[in-house]
Design a protein around this ligand. Structure first.
Ligand SMILES: N[C@@H](CCC(=O)N[C@@H](CS)C(=O)NCC(=O)O)C(=O)O
Length: 209
């Protein structure tokens, strides 16, 4: 059986980080102020790898310039460039980083579940929490089962922190911050957010917002 190389929940702060790619910072993350690039920055810090962060001035339209459109024809951030390869959509970037830096288990079923959480975060959860006309009905519908899941395990994939927690945690954190939501009915979700926000990589990135 293949044992997934996850970052363990216990003593997560003290876990050795993956070897940094010091020789050449091949990874360039393009983002902007108050954008979903923050989720990728959080995960890059969790991985402990070298990267460059290029913050585009979205208000000035830097994301619409031909140079950037050559990287992401949609003109959206974040995008990630890794040598001669580029990928955009924050969920796809998170998945790529997990796979590249050894945080993706080899077995297909577990990979599919991680992918499920990333897509859930970026579509179902994001829309359910951020779209005002959906929030009232969707929030209890989504957070009740999430609360149940998190009563069983400290992280979405079980005992270990994974990229799935970055994807889902990002939306939970931002929604709570921006809309000041009352989640007393979901104590396990609140505990989960507390666990995530105590991580050093979180504090150094998303937690700065
Ligand atoms: N689903 C995409 C959303 C990308 C997106 O909408 N990015 C926003 C910032 S969070 C953006 O680039 N806005 C600038 C624009 O649309 O011109 C992802 O997760 O990467």
């Amino acid at each position: 059986m293949v044992v997934p190389k996850f970052i363990r929940a216990e003593n997560a702060e003290n876990q050795p980080k993956l070897p940094a790619v010091k020789s050449k910072a091949s990874i360039i993350l393009y983002g902007g102020e108050r954008t979903r690039a923050a989720a990728v920055l959080w995960y890059l810090e969790e991985l402990g790898i070298s990267y460059q962060y290029k913050k585009l001035n979205i208000a000035a339209g830097e994301n619409k310039q031909p140079e950037y459109l050559a990287i992401n024809p949609m003109g959206k951030v974040p995008s990630l460039v890794d040598n001669d390869f580029s990928v955009w959509e924050s969920g796809a970037i998170l998945w790529y980083l997990a796979a590249k830096y050894g945080q993706m288990p080899e077995d297909l079923a577990t990979q599919a579940q991680i992918n499920q959480w990333i897509i859930f975060a970026n579509s179902t959860l994001g829309n359910g929490l951020f779209l005002e006309d959906r929030r009232e009905t969707e929030m209890p519908r989504l957070l009740s089962p999430l609360n149940e899941i998190l009563l069983e395990n400290p992280y979405l994939m079980g005992e270990s922190f994974t990229v799935a927690d970055v994807a889902v945690g990002y939306y939970l954190y931002m929604a709570k911050l921006l809309f000041n939501l009352d989640w007393q009915e979901y104590p396990a979700v609140i505990d989960y957010l507390d666990r995530l926000t105590q991580r050093q990589a979180f504090k150094d990135t998303l937690g700065q917002r």
